[in-house]
Design a protein around this ligand. Structure first.
Ligand code: DGL
Length: 274
């Protein structure tokens, strides 16, 4: 069991910011990453569609033999975590609870900001999670839909990134928050830009980093840590691998290898044939 892989899925390339943190903390683990690049982005889709995609992605990873599943996508975690936990026999970790937990730990003024895609913000999943831990915390939320394309286009150092951050975060800057959760996989790439716009005295939380700690804790508790593995990653995508490779290598800061494309095969066909 210990030598089995960790499975992770996301709508596309963004979950690699979570993978990067898991790898840094657990270098001996083998990770199988599934990016649903043919259907990205998920951020504006309905809860039903996102749940259906999450079930398919999780089932695909289960056929690979995994010991733990990470939903490395905020909007999928927002809508599909309960059903995946109910349906699957292995531990399932989403990115929202760990990010929320850290925000609750950090805030002194009991005022937390959350930014994410429209779907994540509309779901109020962070708000529920934060208030579930401390009902006295005020949560101020803001969707920042253009941050995802800005990152995917490699514009994180461009003026457009600073302009959009200013536009999205000005109101929040005046709301007396002392902690801000980056509730989208892509946002850590913009951490400096976000920090610049919200003010240096606001603590910025990287949900993916907190998720990695939770993954380690869970594996440890269940005696599933792989202490003797060489570590490594394998990637599956549902569209052509080139774009995933280009953007992904940028997000990870190293060239991506071992990418397999399922583009000629629907995930459903794959599941039926396996
Ligand atoms: N991975 C998604 C998330 O964290 C962002 C990209 C998308 O909209 O699919 O919510």
């Amino acid at each position: 069991m210990k030598t089995l892989s960790i499975g992770m899925f996301d709508s596309g390339v963004g979950g690699l910011t979570v993978l990067k943190e898991v790898r840094a903390l657990l270098p001996q683990e083998h990770i199988i990453y599934f990016g649903d690049t043919a259907r990205v982005p998920y951020g504006n889709r309905s809860p039903q569609t996102i749940t259906k995609y999450a079930l398919e992605s999780a089932l695909f990873l289960l056929t690979k033999g995994i010991k733990l599943l990470v939903i490395a996508c905020n909007v999928s975690s927002a809508f599909a975590l309960p059903i995946l936990r109910k349906r699957f026999p292995i531990p399932v970790i989403g990115v929202i609870e760990p990010g929320a937990k850290e925000a609750v730990r950090c805030t002194k003024r009991k005022r937390v900001g959350v930014i994410g895609t429209k779907g994540t913000i509309q779901s109020q999943a962070y708000e529920r999670s934060i208030k579930g831990l401390d009902p006295h915390i005020a949560v101020i939320s803001q969707s920042c839909p253009l941050f995802v394309p800005i990152v995917e286009e490699g514009l994180e150092h461009d003026d457009v990134a600073y302009l959009m951050a200013e536009k999205y975060l000005t109101k929040m800057r005046h709301s007396r928050i002392d902690t801000l959760v980056m509730g989208c996989t892509h946002y850590p790439v913009l951490e400096n830009v976000i920090s610049h716009a919200i003010g240096k005295d606001v603590q910025v939380i990287h949900s993916g980093r907190e998720t990695a700690k939770e993954v380690k804790e869970t594996l440890k508790k269940r005696n599933l840590l792989n202490n003797s593995g060489k570590g490594g990653c394998e990637y599956f995508v549902t569209d052509a691998p080139e774009t995933f490779k280009d953007i992904g290598s940028r997000l990870l800061g190293e060239p991506l290898k071992h990418i397999k494309s399922l583009r000629n095969m629907d995930i459903k066909d794959f599941l039926l044939s396996s």
